[in-house]
Design a binder for this molecule. Structure first.
Ligand SMILES: Cc1cc2nc3c(=O)[nH]c(=O)nc-3n(C[C@H](O)[C@H](O)[C@H](O)COP(=O)(O)OP(=O)(O)OC[C@H]3O[C@@H](n4cnc5c(N)ncnc54)[C@H](O)[C@@H]3O)c2cc1C
Length: 346
């Protein structure tokens, strides 16, 4: 069931399907109604608001998430969230490796889980393999993910700001606005920061773990609810990252996810407006291109003699044919990069 080896998506005629975003029940533009949560969250605090609400309403006793390590603030650790205040302390994306899954227990009454799409896939595949009934499964919340940068990428970024990780007392990748800045607080009480465009676009996003480049599901296809940035677009349709009030694309992927979103909206915890996923695709060009060219990258890697993960139910051939020229470029590029990394002895 390890998603590093194989990921499956079973067809479900009762659900809608989008070529990039996969199966869904409904799609929304959404944000947390509490201004502090909205501002602290990565895009609009929906995951934080849902986590706090699930605990407040006793639908779950605890939520598994990630947060800054208290001892080494440049690191990210999995955490157990037991209250709305703790959910708020875990708000925001952490663009670094962390494994939330080991804290997950299979008892639904005790757990909800926030994690990367690969973690949601692993959880679902594990519960499928163990034949855990749907109603006993933990609520799975996930987010759009372009890949996880290495821990070294965070540490390099700190050095780019002219300090060593030992001098850092707080480190946040985003939040305090949308998208917010990469911010570090130092032991001497001063702060340094870098724009999201520069920190993610110029650095972190260029240092992704290699397995992420072969990812088939960057949008939380196996979660009950998946959330991504619903970027504003410029006149040419490209996403703009200038500071604004956060707003998210919120996808209910299961009937349970849809019910929870509707209940949270009725309770005034999140605000939701119907959203056409075609509009989300237009401002998430990376997710679209990544999926459409994945077949090319898989073929390129196989031609170089390397193994690839097994994917079932993702229509990768059909997607690869949308832009055959780019698919061919991906085959050649991946082959060349893989062979050159293997060196003369292969
Ligand atoms: C590695 C990574 C890649 C991303 N790539 C994209 C992308 O391609 N497109 C896009 O639109 N958005 C991306 N995001 C950002 C995220 O998908 C959006 O901001 C999303 O809308 C979540 O917003 P929110 O405000 O509801 O989340 P919040 O309310 O801020 O909640 C975030 C939740 O995620 C958990 N979390 C944070 N970091 C991690 C982590 N590394 N592993 C597991 N759990 C974590 C926290 O514990 C918290 O519960 C990425 C985030 C990460 C961590």
């Amino acid at each position: 069931m390890c998603p590093g080896l194989s990921v499956s998506e079973r067809p479900d005629p009762t659900l809608s399907h989008h070529p990039t975003f996969g199966k869904f029940v409904s799609a929304w533009e959404g944000w947390a109604t509490d201004e502090v949560v909205r501002r602290s969250g990565s895009s609009a605090g929906v995951l934080t608001a849902m986590s706090g609400w699930l605990i407040d309403t006793k639908q779950t006793g605890r939520v598994i998430g990630s947060a800054r390590d208290q001892v080494k603030p440049s690191r990210t650790v999995p955490v157990i969230i037991m209250s709305r205040e703790e959910a708020l302390r875990s708000a925001g994306s952490r663009y670094a490796p962390v494994s939330n899954l080991p804290l997950l227990q299979s008892d639904a009454a005790e757990n909800a889980f926030v994690g990367k799409p690969c973690e949601a896939s692993a959880a679902k595949q594990l519960f499928d393999a163990n034949e855990v009934p749907d109603e006993s499964r933990p609520v799975l919340l996930s987010f759009f993910c372009a890949g996880t940068p290495s821990q070294a990428a965070t540490e390099d970024l700190v050095r780019k700001l002219g300090v060593e990780v030992e001098q850092v007392s707080t480190l946040d990748y985003r939040g305090d606005g949308w998208p917010g800045e990469f911010r570090i607080g130092l032991n001497d009480g001063t702060n340094r920061s870098m724009s999201y465009h520069e920190s993610w676009g110029g650095h972190l996003g260029r240092n992704l773990q290699w397995r992420c480049k072969l990812c088939v599901d960057g949008t939380g296809g196996h979660a009950d609810i998946a959330v991504g940035d619903y970027w504003h677009a410029d006149a040419n349709g490209f996403p703009v990252f200038s500071d604004a009030e956060g707003t998210s694309a919120v996808i209910a992927r299961t009937v349970r996810g849809e019910r929870l979103l509707q209940e949270a909206a009725a309770a005034g915890v999140v605000r939701l407006r119907p959203l056409d996923l075609a509009k989300v695709a237009a401002v998430q060009p990376l997710q679209v291109t990544r999926k459409n060219t994945l077949l090319g990258r898989l073929i390129g890697r196989r031609l170089a003699g390397k193994s690839v993960p097994k994917y079932r139910g993702y229509f990768l051939f059909r997607l690869g044919m949308i832009d055959p020229f780019n698919s061919l470029k991906s085959i050649a590029g991946t082959y060349r990069r893989t062979v050159s990394r293997m060196g003369p002895n292969r």
